[in-house]
Ligand binder design. Structure first.
Ligand code: ADP
Length: 244
């Protein structure tokens, strides 16, 4: 579906993306794990059309994306701050993309209500953004993105601002919604467990280079992902009988 070939990007002479190549299949979620500063956000911005690559090729269903402006790519970029219109209620925030496309009222009602249901937001439909919790706001942001049925969803640490418990439930909700709707998405995070939980496939970004793993086992076996270290920690804790 998405075919990325030899993408390079420099900021003031500093290489931020180095010869990145990968493919994203339809209906899969690719998790990219990486430390802060490894180039994750830059990669997503290049895909979304918010930044341009110095070199390389971006193909979406065989179409070269480079001449296509950001708002016509069908690629939505979401990050941890849920950007909502403060003067519109939840329903209207989600409906926005359909109103922009002049869809009939009956269709808007039907689609928005179905999506609010899916995102466990029906009781919040008439609330204003300022009346919502962080997790609810993030769900409305998903609703705004999903209502226009994007071809690819780019998620940049979307749960980074949420507390641990809310983060857990949001991960599960997104996983469910993603399977149900067959989303095609890239999920970037610096959190190992989150990457492993969200991704159908796993990748790791280090110093502007991206490695995609053939399997979960391969990801775990690579010391640099930190997965083995995490496993060893729990084994040691268990052996020391500190888990009781
Ligand atoms: P991540 O999302 O993994 O934290 P980023 O893609 O935000 O990483 O940043 C990668 C590198 O590129 C960092 O060293 C950052 O300082 C640099 N960088 C990002 N955006 C810009 C910019 N607009 N101008 C100059 N340097 C930038």
């Amino acid at each position: 579906m998405l075919d990325i070939k030899n993408i390079n990007k420099k900021y003031k002479g500093e290489a931020v993306l180095q010869d990145l190549s990968f493919t994203l299949k339809a209906h899969e979620m690719l998790s990219i794990l990486g430390r802060s500063g490894s180039g994750k956000t830059t990669l997503l911005k290049v895909l979304a059309g918010l930044e341009t690559a110095d070199r390389g090729q971006l193909l979406l269903d065989g179409q070269d994306l480079s001449p296509v402006p950001a708002n016509q790519r069908g690629i939505v970029y979401l990050y941890q701050e849920a950007l909502l219109f403060p003067h519109l209620d939840v329903f209207e925030n989600v409906a926005f993309g359909l109103r922009l496309r002049h869809r009939p009222e009956a269709e808007i009602k039907k689609k928005v209500n179905a999506l609010l249901q899916r995102l466990e937001l029906p009781e919040q439909a008439r609330k204003m953004p300022e009346q919502l919790s962080g997790g609810q706001r993030q769900r409305v942001a998903f609703g705004r993105a999903l209502i226009i049925e994007p071809r690819v969803l780019l998620l940049d640490e979307p749960f980074g601002a949420l507390d641990t418990e809310t983060r857990r439930s949001m991960q599960q909700l997104l996983k469910r919604v993603s399977k149900d709707l067959g989303l095609t998405a890239i999920f970037v995070t610096h959190d190992l467990k989150e990457a492993m939980l969200m991704g159908d496939r796993l990748g790791m970004m280090q110093g502007g280079q991206l490695k995609i793993y053939g399997s979960r086992a391969e990801f775990i076996a690579d010391e640099s992902t930190g997965a083995r270290e995490e496993a060893r920690f729990w084994t040691d804790l268990h052996d020391l009988k500190l888990t009781k």
